[in-house]
Design a protein around this ligand. Structure first.
Ligand SMILES: *Cc1c(COP(=O)(O)O)cnc(C)c1O
Length: 398
């Protein structure tokens, strides 16, 4: 049985381009970029060139790019830095949304314990906020707005450019977790009015454990990891050269092939959505238009996400029922709850996230298998029995 991997929001397979770019830096080019000798300087050149490539893809200057260990670290550093620098000027208010990634939410929770106040904007039933709502929430003591570019569970793309403009006008720092967006849809930090942004290599066919942040010139960035003078003193530690080089190669490739990838993924996504919504009592979560080209998130009433996943896995289909971080807990996804879905519906949801590597044949296979699996899972659900007998009213229309 062939594996059909449709969990690309959790992680992606490394591209051949990224692996080939990385190999020499695991073998011959083993130098420390801080060393003054030739072996070190060769590594330093690779580091500089990777920074230039990434800056080009993000439309910023190389000196505005800082390498980190991934999306989580970038989120932590950007948010804490903006918060602390705001607090120095007496600004201790932050604006975000209820459906951010845990790397953002848990950082905000920590800051709340330290005396910051956070306004969590409602993302409404479609998973979107508006720039107007952000504008209304900004106060004289607002230090930071942090709103994700695209959501990792329901794929909604926020009006980042407009939100950025509102923040710029009010003089508030704007950070966006763009981990699901960069390499997938056009992101340009200048045009999008972004002050700080987080990316992660393994979400665009690069390796795990490496990422970057963008911090606009003039916006202070505090040191998060103390030690050596790497990354202009903002992030100590000998650089993960192989990972960084591979990330740059992966991002360059993703940006070069972006429009064809988008077109391909969109066609597969729309076919998948159409096919799966034929299942009775199913609904698409998140906005249909303002949506990542690779994201499908559907609730099947009277099912349970974990059971759906296990049955699909037995058929070789690797999907997700929420974010990978929440599969260890039985709490329904905070993202689906933030859209106003009842617990039972949020629980019975399936996330399928595609890559340009998926084929139409695989989509046909999923469309054939999911209805069977949903039927099986409903067959052993007492909740489904109660819906069928009319004891509980359906939330989703047939
Ligand atoms: C995956 C992800 C992260 C975390 O990135 P890591 O590199 O795994 O730490 C942060 N935010 C979003 C939206 C993500 O999808």
């Amino acid at each position: 049985m062939k594996t059909v991997y449709v969990d690309n929001a959790a992680t992606t397979a490394m591209s051949d381009t990224a692996i080939e770019a990385m190999l020499p830096y695991l073998k011959e080019v083993y130098g420390n970029p801080s060393s003054l000798h030739t072996v070190g300087q060769v590594a330093k050149e690779a580091l500089d060139s990777a920074r230039e490539k990434i800056a080009k893809c993000l439309n910023c200057e190389p000196r505005e790019v800082y390498f980190t260990s991934g999306g989580s670290e970038s989120d932590n550093q950007c948010i804490c830095s903006a918060a602390i620098n705001g607090a120095r000027k007496g600004k201790k208010h932050i604006i975000s949304t209820a459906f951010e990634h845990h790397a953002v939410l848990h950082t905000l929770k920590k800051l709340e314990k330290e005396g910051f106040e956070v306004t969590y904007l409602d993302v409404h039933s479609n998973g979107l906020v508006t720039a107007k709502e952000v504008e209304k929430a900004i106060r004289p003591d607002t230090a930071l707005v942090t709103i994700m570019y695209a959501n990792n569970e329901v794929g909604t793309i926020q009006p980042i450019r407009e939100i950025g403009a509102v923040c710029r006008k009010a003089g508030v720092v704007f950070h966006t977790d763009a981990v699901q967006a960069v390499g997938h849809i056009p992101v340009a930090v200048q045009a999008d009015n972004i002050d700080m942004l987080s990316i992660s290599a393994h979400k665009f066919h690069g390796p795990k454990g490496v990422g970057a942040l963008y911090c606009r010139r003039g916006i202070p960035l505090n040191t998060f990891i103390e030690g050596g003078a790497q990354e202009r003193g903002r992030r100590a530690g000998t650089e993960n050269i192989g990972g960084i080089v591979a990330m740059a190669a992966a991002l360059q490739e993703a940006c070069e092939h972006m429009s064809e990838n988008i077109e391909k993924e969109k066609a597969l996504r729309d076919k998948l959505i159409e096919g799966l919504l034929k299942i009775p009592y199913s609904r698409l979560n998140g906005d249909l238009k303002q949506r990542l080209p690779n994201n499908v998130n559907i609730s099947f009433e009277g099912t349970e996400g974990e059971s759906l996943l296990l049955h699909l896995d037995a058929k070789g289909i690797c999907a997700s029922s929420g974010s990978a971080c929440t599969t260890a807990s039985l709490e329904p996804s905070h993202v689906l709850l933030s859209l106003g879905l009842p617990h039972e519906i949020a629980h019975g949801s399936l996330r399928l996230t595609l890559s340009e590597e998926n084929t139409e044949e695989q989509i046909d296979y999923i469309i054939k298998e999911v209805p069977e699996v949903v039927k099986t899972v409903r067959g052993i659900s007492s909740f489904w029995d109660d819906l069928e007998s009319g004891k509980i009213k359906h939330f989703i229309k047939k």
